[in-house]
Design a protein around this ligand. Structure first.
Ligand SMILES: NC(=O)C1=CN([C@@H]2O[C@H](COP(=O)(O)OP(=O)(O)OC[C@H]3O[C@@H](n4cnc5c(N)ncnc54)[C@H](OP(=O)(O)O)[C@@H]3O)[C@@H](O)[C@H]2O)C=CC1
Ligand SMILES: C[C@H]1O[C@H](OP(=O)(O)OP(=O)(O)OC[C@H]2O[C@@H](n3cnc4c(=O)[nH]c(N)nc43)[C@H](O)[C@@H]2O)[C@@H](O)[C@@H](O)C1=O
Length: 318
């Protein structure tokens, strides 16, 4: 049977979605359920701390999932990464090492590991191809998280080489959408600005502070597009190399701020706090490898922002 046949044909396959309550994990659960998968294996962080190796081993021995999507991680924006480097490297190394190893030991058919576009060098060629990995120094504000993610890619490759284990890695660009982290300090730029503009609108504030200079460029992908790509890769890819998952479209932080301001309906001024770091000047990924497999992003940034703000109003309310 081909890859596509085996994954999509068995809708009762037991699929462990690690991190199912998060931005990515919840989108993957929505996608799998919409496709008719009926046997999703889900555990909250409180129920199963994936940094605890013995607990992860017991869980896999008891449950023996057929597929694993690893969307559990310690995740945050530029400020969080810059402030908690030990947490970002230690927790992510522990989670991924435990889950990838136990998946292999307990007969999982295929695992998809989620990395991030921050794995690439600060000044990688743009758009960034997969083979730019490890070709130069990393962005200092998130190098700890990046090293953990690179180790995850390498672990998937090593288990395929030594054991023939079908472990694949997807590298998403900056993501956003329902169930994002809207924390005022530790979140990524898009949810942080959405929350700040909304609060300013409700309170009648005259201005909103935006971090940095506004000149960095970022590529954004709606999380429902990512979930679609993850399921596509589970059914269609079993290669050694990681796969970039991007929208191919980038905006400056200033353009993003103007767009979020417009969608939220804030009418005041932007004030730039250049004491905050800009981070990587640009990280547009080349997603041509994924496109050649037959997948492309569908949700535009404007439509995605409107969808996300609608969700925000119905669910966050602050
Ligand atoms: N958001 C983005 O822009 C991008 C994200 N990614 C990657 O996608 C993946 C998911 O990220 P995202 O959905 O944004 O992150 P979230 O923070 O939204 O979700 C992470 C999930 O992992 C869970 N988790 C964290 N630590 C543990 C633990 N020790 N044991 C069990 N569960 C744990 C969290 O549970 P709880 O909240 O209860 O702790 C949460 O449900 C990550 O691998 C990330 O690197 C890649 C590129 C961009
Ligand atoms: C996905 C990727 O995300 C992270 O990298 P990043 O893209 O630099 O993250 P960011 O979204 O936090 O910032 C993007 C840009 O936006 C500017 N910016 C303006 N105003 C706010 C603001 O209010 N909050 C934040 N967070 N940034 C702001 C900020 O100064 C920067 O120039 C990695 O840590 C890592 O997690 C990773 O892999």
């Amino acid at each position: 049977m081909g890859e596509t046949d085996s994954f999509f044909s068995n809708k009762s396959a037991k699929i462990f979605v690690a991190g199912h309550r998060g931005l990515v994990g919840s989108a993957i659960v929505r996608k799998l359920q919409s496709l008719g998968f009926t046997n999703l294996l889900l555990r909250t962080h409180a129920d199963l701390d994936l940094t605890r190796q013995s607990d992860v081993e017991s869980f896999f021995a008891d449950e023996k999932p057929h597929y694993v999507v690893l969307a559990a991680a310690k995740v945050g924006g530029i400020h969080a990464n810059n402030t908690y480097p030990a947490d970002f490297i230690a927790i992510n190394l522990q989670i991924q090492t435990n889950v990838i190893d136990s998946s292999y030991r307990h007969g999982v058919k295929k695992i998809l590991f989620l990395g991030s576009s921050c794995i690439y060098p600060k000044f990688a060629p743009q758009p960034i191809p997969e083979n730019a990995l490890l070709s130069g120094p990393l962005e200092p504000t998130n190098e700890w998280y990046a090293v953990a993610k690179i180790a995850g890619i390498k672990m998937c490759q090593a288990y395929r080489i030594q054991h023939g284990f079908d472990a694949i890695s997807a590298m998403p660009t900056n993501l956003y959408g329902p169930n994002d982290n809207f924390h005022p300090e530790n979140s990524h730029v898009l949810p942080a600005l959405m929350r700040r503009f909304h609060k300013a609108k409700v309170e009648g504030a005259k201005e909103v502070v935006v971090w940095g200079t506004g000149s960095p460029l970022r590529e954004f992908l709606h999380v429902d597009d990512l979930a679609d790509a993850v399921v596509f890769l589970l059914g269609n890819y079993s290669g050694l190399e990681h796969v970039n998952v991007g929208s191919g479209k980038e905006v400056t932080i200033k353009e993003l701020a103007e767009l979020v301001k417009e969608v939220v309906g804030f009418e005041g001024e932007l004030v730039w706090d250049s004491s905050k770091p800009d981070g990587t000047p640009r990280k547009l990924m080349a997603s041509s490898k994924l496109a050649s497999l037959g997948w492309n992003a569908k949700i535009s940034l404007k439509d995605g922002l409107i969808d996300t703000y609608k969700w925000y109003l119905e669910n966050v309310k602050q």
